[in-house]
Design a binder for this molecule. Structure first.
Ligand SMILES: Nc1ncnc2c1ncn2[C@@H]1O[C@H](COP(=O)(O)OP(=O)(O)OP(=O)(O)O)[C@@H](O)[C@H]1O
Ligand SMILES: [Mg+2]
Length: 247
C-alpha cells in the first residue's frame, strides 16, 4: 500500500537557532494513527506546519498521496491542502455562525451545494456526537469541549485523506479533555483517514495509536508501537516518559 504521507529527511531551522527539525522521517498508511509527542519546543508543531507547507522546510521530502508538497505551485498546494484536515489547540470557530454553519463553510467554499454541504456537515457532527438543537447554537453557547468537537467535525466533513492534530485537548479542562479524547479514539479506530496527532496524552496514545514517535530537539529519539516504546525505551527521554506513565 502506498503511504498517504511520507516524510523523508526533513530539516528546518529558524534563523541561526538550533535546528527545529533534523532528519525526520515519517510514514503513514491509510487508516493509520500516529501520535507524535515530546517536550515543549522539540519541533512537533513545526513538523505539522511543514506538512501543509504553512512553513517551508529547508530540505527533505514531504509526499502527500504521491505529490511532493515542497515542490508544488501555490494552486497545486491548495488542492493538496483540501485533502488534509487540521485541528488546532483552539477551535477557531467563526463566532457569528452556528456550529452547523461553521462545519458547512469549507464544504461550500470548495463548491458543494447548500443541501449537500448541510447533509455532510450533519453527518460529520454526528460522528463527533453532536446532533439535535445543539448544532444550531453559536460557539459562545457551547462548552469548550463541544467547540472542539465542532472543529473536529469541520476538519472531518470534507473527508480528508489525512488529518493533522496539534494538541487538540491542550486548552480544555480535564473533564472536557476526556470527552474530546473519546471522540478522537473512535475516529482513530474507524474509517480510512490517516492521522498524525500531536498530543501529550500518553494513555490515549496507548489506546489509539498504531505508532508512537518521540521527538527531542528536532530528532526522533524513539518510535514504535506505543506499548513497546514504553516497555523498552532506548533514550533517556523515553525512559522519563515511561516512568511518568507508571505502567
Ligand atoms: N517562527 C519561529 N521563529 C523562530 N523560532 C521558532 C519559530 N517557531 C518555532 N520556533 C522554535 O523552533 C523550535 C520548535 O518549535 P515548535 O513550535 O515546533 O515546538 P513544539 O514541539 O510544537 O512546542 P510546544 O509543545 O510548546 O507547542 C522551538 O525551539 C521554537 O522556539
Ligand atoms: Mg506546538
Amino acid at each position: 500500500m502506498s503511504p498517504v504521507l511520507l516524510v523523508e529527511n526533513l530539516a528546518k531551522s529558524y534563523g541561526k537557532n538550533q535546528a527545529a527539525l533534523s532528519g525526520v522521517d515519517l510514514r503513514v498508511l491509510r487508516g493509520e494513527t500516529i501520535v507524535v509527542t515530546g517536550p515543549s519546543g522539540c519541533g512537533k508543531s513545526t513538523l505539522l506546519r511543514c506538512i501543509v507547507r504553512l512553513i517551508s522546510p529547508d530540505s527533505g521530502k514531504i509526499i502527500v498521496t504521491g505529490e511532493d508538497v515542497t515542490t508544488l505551485s501555490y494552486s497545486q498546494l491548495l488542492d493538496v491542502r483540501r485533502r488534509i484536515g487540521f485541528v488546532f489547540q483552539n477551535s477557531n470557530l467563526i463566532q457569528r455562525l452556528t456550529a452547523l454553519e461553521n462545519v458547512c463553510l469549507p464544504l461550500l467554499a470548495s463548491g458543494a451545494s447548500r443541501d449537500d454541504a448541510e447533509q455532510r456537515a450533519r453527518r460529520a457532527l454526528e460522528r463527533v456526537g453532536l446532533a439535535g438543537s445543539v448544532i444550531h447554537r453559536k460557539p459562545h453557547h457551547l462548552s469548550g469541549g463541544e467547540c472542539q468537537r465542532v472543529a473536529i467535525a469541520r476538519a472531518l466533513a470534507p473527508e480528508p485523506v489525512l488529518m493533522l492534530w496539534d494538541e487538540p485537548t491542550a486548552s480544555l479542562d480535564p473533564i472536557l479533555v476526556e470527552e474530546v479524547l473519546d471522540v478522537m479514539e473512535s475516529l482513530a479506530k474507524t474509517g480510512d483517514t490517516a492521522m498524525v496527532i500531536v498530543t501529550h496524552e500518553m494513555k490515549f496514545a496507548l489506546k489509539a495509536a498504531d505508532w508512537l514517535i518521540l521527538l527531542d530537539k528536532g530528532r526522533i529519539v524513539e518510535q514504535g508501537e506505543p506499548v513497546k516504546v514504553f516497555d523498552c525505551p532506548e533514550s533517556e527521554l523515553g525512559r522519563k516518559y515511561s516512568r511518568l506513565l507508571d505502567l
